[in-house]
Design a protein around this ligand. Structure first.
Ligand code: GLC
Length: 522
């Protein structure tokens, strides 16, 4: 929400939106980078870690926002982008100018042209090497992302101290933790000559120690899309990251949806390594980046592409989809609800991104990942109520046309409609809070006689809930193979079903139907 009509959303605008967020029942907000930035990568190229980008407001506005969020019981997590800085960060500027500057060793240099493995490129087709020559420095510098984002040298203890100082600053301003951007690159040590590769992951423990000493209830959430055997590096013994984005399960969810079969989900869940008791998964459907499919095999990726991104223009980086969920599902509200009901019931904490609560669409005419980064659609006022600036001045165009145009999809309209997605989502959030078993409990996959139904049970502190999700377009009757689960009562579902009777053991489900059932103790 843009408060000063310059076409860019800002902190004062966001503060006004807190009532909407609190109305849905949001408990914590994750803010994407809002630091001073030349904005080559949507703010993920920071040039001052201690300031708010003037386009988004001032530190004063940030503090006011934090206060208002706290008043509503909403915590705030911020992005910590410290794998790299912007090329315009004073550290990099000093480093390139003077070989003897203490900042030279803040980055990773090579005098000779290093070999670049194309597999390491994060933005294939955009960059062609992870090394770029800087004339001023007379050397090559490492950058896993855009060339305007030089990688920091984490092996340098002074850099580590600086990172802790940044965390300390925002913790003092009241944040409840950090999303660690690009965590795997931070600790991989590629190109860092002489770095003790074993030591680098210890930095995660060092960050944790610092964070927990400053604020015991703050968390670290890592963005690490890595194979299952590497996940323990991030959780450690419960002494590193508290949470990890569940990239693996996310990809298996989409494979299961594409096949209309539960088996990929069962396999996906079984692939997740055990985690320490004080750690947690963060489950999501979509976020601001591409839907990455790189943990699936080539042929599995192809299945998901065929189902949800048939056109080349819907794909990105060879292994991703640059779409939002509702258009991927042809706006089928049954399937949209099914996906969120499923995601909210999977072991972990659910995350939704702005616009998901109202079913926003994408704009494929925008380049790259911008397709899913269009302004929030608040109302049917000009620019979807996002900004009073002329449309041409908006940071990105609002979706105006078609089924997902702001006149059809917006918060104000949906709030008035008892059958809207936003009101359904609010109920979902409320009921999820009433079923803490999903987040904290011991999960178990339940065997059924229907391959299209994913059934699981979560037990916590003597209570249990069961969730059934029918991934297919035909209705069915599910029989749970275990007779252990009796006295089931409906908590949530795609419609009002008749109560499950104890003797039949048969549970009907509509096409794309879902039911959450509480196991009552007699
Ligand atoms: C993360 C962000 C992505 C950004 C990249 C580089 O993957 O989610 O948007 O481009 O890091 O900072």
């Amino acid at each position: 929400m843009d408060s000063d009509s310059d076409g860019i959303g800002d902190f004062q605008g966001l503060t006004k939106c807190l009532d909407h967020l609190s109305g849905i029942g949001i408990t914590c907000l994750w803010l994407l980078p809002f630091y001073a930035s030349p904005n080559r990568d949507n703010g993920y190229d920071v040039m001052d870690y201690y300031s708010v980008d003037p386009r988004l407001g001032t530190l004063g506005d940030f503090v006011e926002f934090m206060h208002q969020a706290r008043e509503r019981g909403i915590r705030v997590i911020v992005d910590l982008v410290v794998n790299h800085t912007s090329i315009q960060h004073p550290w990099f500027q000093a480093a390139r100018k003077d070989k003897n500057s203490k900042y030279r060793d803040f980055y990773v240099w090579s005098e000779d042209p290093p070999k670049s493995d194309p597999k390491l490129l994060m933005f294939p087709n955009v960059e062609d090497s992870i090394w770029d020559y800087d004339k001023r420095a007379g050397a090559y510098y490492l950058h896993h992302f855009y060339k305007e984002q030089p990688d920091l040298n984490i092996a340098n203890p002074t850099v580590r101290e600086e990172i802790c100082k940044i965390m300390g600053f925002w913790l003092e301003l009241g944040v409840s933790g950090f999303r660690i951007d690009a965590a795997p690159f931070l600790i991989k040590g590629i190109g860092i000559e002489g770095a003790n590769q074993q030591d680098l992951p210890d930095f995660l423990a060092q960050m944790r120690e610092f964070l927990s000493a400053r604020r015991g209830d703050a968390i670290l959430l890592a963005e690490a899309n890595v194979p299952p055997d590497q996940i323990p590096i991030y959780f450690g013994n419960g002494d590193k990251m508290h949470m990890l984005f569940n990239f693996l399960l996310n990809q298996y969810v989409f494979l299961a949806l594409a096949r209309q079969e539960a088996s990929p989900l069962r396999d996906g869940l079984k692939t997740l390594p055990e985690m320490p008791k004080n750690c947690q998964w963060l489950n999501f459907v979509r976020h601001h980046d591409e839907l990455a499919l790189d943990r699936l095999s080539q042929s599995q990726q192809e299945e998901v592409f065929q189902a949800f991104a048939p056109d080349e223009n819907m794909r990105i980086y060879g292994h991703g989809i640059r779409r939002r969920l509702p258009p991927m599902l042809d706006s089928d509200s049954r399937r949209i609800e099914l996906v969120y009901s499923l995601m909210f019931s999977l072991p972990g904490t659910p995350l939704i991104r702005y616009g998901e609560e109202i079913g926003m669409g994408e704009n494929l005419s925008l380049p790259g990942r911008d397709s899913v980064r269009t302004p929030m659609q608040w109302s049917n006022a000009a620019n979807g109520g996002f900004s009073a600036a002329p449309a041409a001045a908006l940071s990105r165009p609002v979706i105006t046309e078609g089924e997902y145009g702001y006149e059809r999809v917006n918060v104000a309209k949906e709030q008035r409609d008892p059958n809207s997605l936003v009101n359904w989502m609010e109920r979902l959030v409320r009921l999820r809070k009433q079923c803490p078993e999903f987040g904290r409990g011991q999960w178990q996959i339940l065997e059924t006689d229907e391959p299209c139904v994913f059934a699981h049970c979560c037990e916590w502190e003597g209570n249990a809930v069961i969730a059934l999700h029918n991934l297919s377009d035909r209705k069915c009757i599910v029989r749970l193979k275990s007779s252990e689960y009796q006295h089931l009562s409906d908590v949530f579902g795609d419609r009002q079903y008749e109560a499950v009777s104890d003797d039949s053991g048969s549970i009907p489900l509509e096409a794309y139907g879902y039911r959450w059932l509480r196991v009552n103790q007699m």
